[in-house]
Design a protein around this ligand. Structure first.
Ligand SMILES: [Fe+2]
Ligand SMILES: [Fe+2]
Length: 223
């Protein structure tokens, strides 16, 4: 079986991820680099593990998490769809079973809140892990907006996010997204403004996994 390490070490994957990061940087978006991909891969794996999925599904979601944003190498617009097709082509070239590669294709094609829906366990875990990654390290220090009031709402929210963590609570079985926001940098309402749609999608994704989704901001439970 193709493993997450095989994927990380693949020369074609490295080249495409490099280009995706270049394009996102040129556009001035929040970082979508190897750091983001690695954390989404790790969290998505932990979510499926936490709900008791088989080891094979866990490995597939780790790979989906690592590759989910490679479509940004083509264009930010519709990056979920272009990334899904790219991932399928790369993984079958590496020798992955067609069925497994198709599972990953479907998950990546559904990870974005624009058109995405939780259509499988792998898709659901990927959606939750991706939306959970909000952190100050995602704001580019070289952005031209940095020293001005032009910081956009995504930058403000990410800058204010001291910590974000997603996990399956062992006692309650709930899928918990726990965020610590520095409210002197950004009101919690800003967070809701950009994350409301994403949180709705997370709730549907948790539903698919038969779990309740809980959002905790600064120790207050919201959902
Ligand atoms: Fe994405
Ligand atoms: Fe992402």
């Amino acid at each position: 079986m193709i493993t997450i390490n095989d994927v990380k070490n693949d020369a074609e994957v490295k080249a495409i991820m490099y280009m995706a990061e270049n394009q996102i940087e040129a556009l001035g978006f929040t970082e979508h680099s190897v750091r983001h991909s690695s954390i989404v891969s790790k969290w998505a794996g932990e979510i499926l593990e936490g709900v008791g999925a088989a080891q094979h599904r866990i490995e597939l979601v780790r790979i989906a998490g690592y590759l989910h944003d490679i479509g940004n190498s083509v264009n930010r617009e519709d990056h979920a769809q272009s990334g899904a097709l790219l991932a399928y082509q790369i993984l079958t070239r590496m020798g992955m079973e067609y069925r497994d590669a198709a599972e990953i294709m479907m998950a990546i094609g559904n990870h974005d809140e624009g058109q995405g829906l939780p259509v499988s366990d792998i898709t659901s875990a990927l959606i939750i892990a991706d939306k959970a990654d909000v952190h100050k390290s995602r704001v580019r220090s070289n952005t031209t907006r940095m020293n001005t009031e032009n910081l956009n709402i995504h930058d403000r929210v990410n800058l204010a996010a001291e910590r974000s963590l997603v996990y399956v609570d062992k006692e309650t079985g709930e899928i918990v997204l726990n965020i610590v926001i520095d409210t002197s940098k950004c009101p919690v309402m800003d967070y809701f403004e950009i994350y409301f749609k994403r949180m709705q999608l997370c709730r549907r994704a948790a539903d698919f996994l038969g779990r309740k989704f809980v959002l905790i901001i600064n120790d207050v439970r919201f959902l």
